[in-house]
Design a protein around this ligand. Sequence first.
Ligand code: PLP
Length: 474
Amino acid sequence: MTPEEFRHAGHALIDWIADYRSDLEKRPVRAQVGPGEVAASFAAEAPRAPQTAAQLLTELDEKIVPGITQVQHPMHFGWFPSNASLASTLGDIASSGLGTLGISWESCPAATELEQVVCDWMRQLTGLSGNWQGCIQDTASTACLTALLLARERASDFAQNRGGLHGEQRALIVYTTDEAHSSVVKAALLAGFGELNLRRVAMDPHSRSMLAPGLAQQITDDIKAGFKPAAVVASVGSTGVTAFDPVAEIAEIATQHGLWLHVDAAMAGSAMLLPECRHLWQGVEAADSISWNPHKWMGTILDCSLMYVRDVEHLVRVMSTNPSYLRSTVDDEVLQYRDWGIPLGRRFRALKLWYHLSIDGIDAIRSRLRRDLDNARWFAEQVAATPDWQVLAPVSLQTVCIRHQPADLDDEALDRHTLAWVHSINQSGTAFMSPSILNDRWMVRVSIGVEATTRKHVEALWQLIQQQVQQGAE
Ligand code: PLP
């Protein structure tokens, strides 16, 4: 494809995207395909004869779009918001178009330096002190894995330079709770700690936040038993019920025992753009690493996960390899992001954050977040005020955990009832929510915060839910 052909096809693609986004509300929220259907619509072998870009647009419409669960749809209330603001989409397109290679400062100075700039902008916008330096990882999962590698090497006095996993006699222990995201468990396993050395600390039964005295006790018990406590992962806005672990108390205990403290604020980091929410991670300055995803509620198109550390020297010592073919004459003066994480080749992700912040602007982003908080409060009030309905966990941000609980149902019938009404709505395509298990019983998470979702949509959802429950009873 020549640049001229690209210009022509690109304009058509941008028009197609603009139409797609503006018509999104007319589409079903949930993908309308069964397993294998999308794959079966393609030939078993790659096309020999070239196709035109116009033909591919038709195939996008016919084969791809039906296979998409529309997370940008205003009636999408599932999982967590995964906003992809159009301003940031432009930045992502610019990144692809530039085709840069991010393997060293020298291979693309602009990518390194814009990343430094936007990470520092974001640090300031979330109220973090100048003690933190950040980078953009692909996901919070990668950030958590990186953090636990840093923890492992600190606790084992750089066992990677000796016998690796065999370099430390005592088993290294990681602490978190059952509320932590599955990526925390995955990171602990991949970093070599082992399931047996992953402690789930007791939680407050209502808020599901970690009980700091429980953590202190568990650490003491582990030390007595000959283990070596290494890391705590605190959830700031858990996926299940948006639980907030008490970071300040945890940090004090972690500091006292020399543990690495990683704060997983994948979702709730967006809320820290609002000064009135920052009490929710009070004490965060004493953590060792933080990650959060602008690619969730804030709306910088996936993938864009910020990771901040205080001790960059330690980070680089653990993650750097520095082969001769990547060295340059300016190495002493520049930052090499390849030494901040796992991949060598990095995308120019800073462009999408820069576009998002510059075109949409922080004031508009903040007022959208406040709108969503307000909508969640309204929704929770309606549910709580309606007979037989319950709000099951504190509504600290934009996710409301609910259940319809008529008195005459035993536990198993209640589960069947919950899954029946939520699946009917999800399958109908009119709205989408995530059923999830809380204390062994099904409930429904209503996660408000899609960019296009206004009060009108939240009201429509509440109507729809009540109608569905009513119909099920008839
Ligand atoms: N942590 C929390 C609290 C999350 O909610 C999620 C995803 O929803 C993750 C981590 C993982 O995020 P990612 O998909 O960026 O790896």
